[in-house]
Design a protein around this ligand. Structure first.
Ligand SMILES: C[S@@+](CC[C@H](N)C(=O)[O-])C[C@H]1O[C@@H](n2cnc3c(N)ncnc32)[C@H](O)[C@@H]1O
Ligand SMILES: [Zn+2]
Length: 287
């Protein structure tokens, strides 16, 4: 039995119009997950399940981008970020249940599970990413799903949600968290990878990201703790290209353009804001 058969109790059927939430559970042969109304979803050979009702769109990371992410992160260059994520989640219960939205290869999710009995769901709209996430750790269940749509996750069952350079859905996050649960968001600071962006025509970082984040989360969450991960990276040509290919520029750059970049390698600063938000209890209207 894989991680997903153990974690299926956290999932709900993605087919709309169920009266209430229809839990998913493994069928007898362990090859599918099913709901009480007879909807069935195959467990892939790699261990993940696809709960998307349509093919993934252009926002999904490609297989090339995912391979670059796996290579780059395996080099340990973002270990300080994984540590910072772990630090803001240190107070969670030992057996906490987590979810990463836009989890990619689930590198950071695996890192914050630590060595204990924590478990987690990795959601991503990219099948290539979810295949890798399914292999990341036996305590991680990997699901193809779109973070902008209703999540195939049961209400009030998780201790923490992470969004690391990835889409956030505040309403769905608030719904799936237990009372008092937390959302951890990692976003690039204005100076993040500036040297790489300035030495080529790469996409910039939008202005006002923090303000927008606060606006987005203000109604349902309280900001509790903010940390900035800041360090210098010295990269060889392959590492520099992988770092660019695995990010938003990977959707636009051609292999030929990329191959000509940073023939001598590059040094660049990592600068990432890590913030923890606690879900606010719903306010009761006075009758
Ligand atoms: C920049 S990567 C970050 C991956 C991972 N969090 C990490 O830091 O290693 C963004 C990820 O979000 C995924 N993604 C983009 N749009 C999405 C959506 N609407 N729903 C779910 N995942 C999405 C991409 O496929 C990609 O894997
Ligand atoms: Zn169903």
């Amino acid at each position: 039995m894989g991680a997903l058969t153990d974690l299926a109790g956290l999932l709900r059927c993605p087919v709309p119009h169920h009266a209430g939430e229809a839990a998913l559970a493994p069928d007898g042969d362990g090859r599918t997950l099913g709901c009480p109304d007879g909807h069935r979803f195959d467990l892939a050979r790699q261990g993940h399940v696809n709960l998307l009702s349509r093919p993934a769109g252009a926002n999904a990371d490609t297989a090339e981008m995912v391979a670059a992410r796996e290579r780059f992160l395996a080099g340990g260059h973002y270990a300080p970020l994984t540590r910072a994520l772990g630090d803001v989640l240190a107070d969670l219960p030992e057996d906490a249940l987590l979810l990463e939205s836009g989890a990619g290869t689930a590198h950071h999710l695996r890192g914050v599970l630590g060595a204990g009995p924590r478990r987690g769901l990795a959601l991503d709209v990219s099948v290539a990413a979810v295949r890798r996430a399914a292999r990341a750790d036996p305590r991680i269940g990997a699901v193809v799903a779109d973070s902008w749509e209703p999540w195939p996750v049961r209400t009030g069952c998780l201790d923490a949600v992470l969004a690391v350079f990835a889409p956030r859905n505040p309403a769905e996050t608030a719904r799936v968290l237990r009372p008092g649960g937390v959302l951890v968001v990692a976003t690039p600071e204005p100076g993040h990878l500036r040297e790489l962006r300035e030495s080529s025509s790469l996409l910039g970082i939008e202005e006002g990201k923090v303000e927008r984040l606060r606006e987005q989360l203000g109604a349902g969450f309280d900001e509790e703790e903010v940390d900035v991960v800041d360090h210098l990276l010295h990269l060889d040509p392959t590492q520099a290209r992988d770092l660019v290919l695995m990010g938003p520029n990977g959707h636009h750059l051609s292999p030929v353009e990329l191959a000509g970049l940073w023939p001598e390698g590059a040094s660049t600063r990592v600068s990432v804001r890590v913030a923890r938000y606690r879900v606010r209890p719903p306010t009761r209207s006075r009758g």
